[in-house]
Unconditional design. Structure first.
Length: 299
């Protein structure tokens, strides 16, 4: 018997926003019996022609399957939707975006109601989910046996990565990667702002930006090694003192171009703070040491 011959596990999905809807289509296309619920009922009814069973209430959807996936607006929405639902014996998977603290609190909440729990963080946009090769995947944390039991179902719309039994770690990984993404977007936005009004076409700068940022990708591994060893001085190529001195040119150029430095100045300020705290000690360091200032008292 092959995997395609095995019975498809039924599940319930609560929440049919843009992400929930593409998840639903993925499971339906793979042949999984799916019960759906959404606060705006028309979104749930729209899936009926594709084979979804439409529940009249969130409690009704929960009752329809042992595996219950929730993909709502926020943590408060989950409280509201599941109020009064019987979760006893249910396997609850929370795809609602939240914080690590909310993931841990929700795991305790689920245990009190007799449910097993996985928290999750979706790394991808709705347009990426269900598309082979798009790079979309989902972080999961919490009950490892629960993850192993349902992994085949969870991986239908996007790849699954288990990141620990601490229920808060899926959200932690999610937010860490998204925070890095927004930092990258900030630098790219600043770069494009600098050339506004100049005889430099954005389309001409774009490949140069991509090439340069790719070359600077070494910082990810370098930072991990230095934060682990706490050695910020061995093998330094561009010292903190040199970088702080050079950053003044970045700020002067922004001023000359009439561009606000708000997107890059926080990081430049952090490097300067690290240097000024002890120039003799920190001047020869790699810039990674500045990260320790973000957790006050951790250096």
């Amino acid at each position: 018997m092959t995997d395609t011959d095995l019975p498809k596990r039924p599940l319930a999905l609560l929440g049919l926003g843009d992400m929930g809807t593409v998840l639903a289509h993925g499971w339906l296309a793979a042949g999984h019996p799916l019960t759906v619920w959404n606060r705006t009922a028309a979104k749930a009814r729209a899936l009926a022609p594709a084979g979804a069973r439409v529940a009249e209430s969130a409690a009704g959807a929960v009752a329809a399957a042992d595996l219950v996936v929730v993909c709502l607006l926020d943590d408060a929405s989950l409280d509201s939707a599941l109020e009064g639902a019987d979760l006893t014996g249910k396997d609850l998977v929370n795809l609602t975006t939240g914080t690590p603290a909310e993931g841990r609190a929700r795991a305790a909440w689920a245990r009190e109601r007799g449910a097993r729990f996985l928290d999750a963080g979706i790394m991808g946009t709705p347009a990426m989910v269900g598309v082979p090769g798009s790079g979309a995947y989902v972080f999961y944390s919490g009950s490892r046996p629960l993850f192993d039991r349902h992994r085949a179902v969870l991986e239908v719309p996007a790849a699954a990565r288990f990141v620990g039994t601490d229920p808060g770690h899926a959200a932690l990984h999610d937010v860490a990667l998204l925070s890095a993404m927004y930092g990258l977007f900030a630098g790219i936005s600043h770069a494009y702002a600098l050339i506004e009004g100049e005889d430099v076409a954005p389309k001409d700068l774009a490949p140069l930006l991509s090439e340069w940022l790719g070359a600077m990708g070494f910082f990810v591994g370098n930072a991990a090694e230095r934060l682990t060893s706490r050695d910020f001085t061995t093998g330094v190529v561009s010292s903190l003192a040199m970088q702080v001195a050079g950053s003044r040119t970045l700020l002067r150029t922004a001023a000359e171009q009439g561009v606000g430095a708000g997107l890059i100045s926080p990081y430049l300020d952090l490097m300067r703070e690290r240097l000024e705290a002890d120039p003799a000690r920190h001047g020869a360091e790699d810039t990674v040491g500045a990260i320790t200032l973000l957790r006050r008292g951790a250096a």
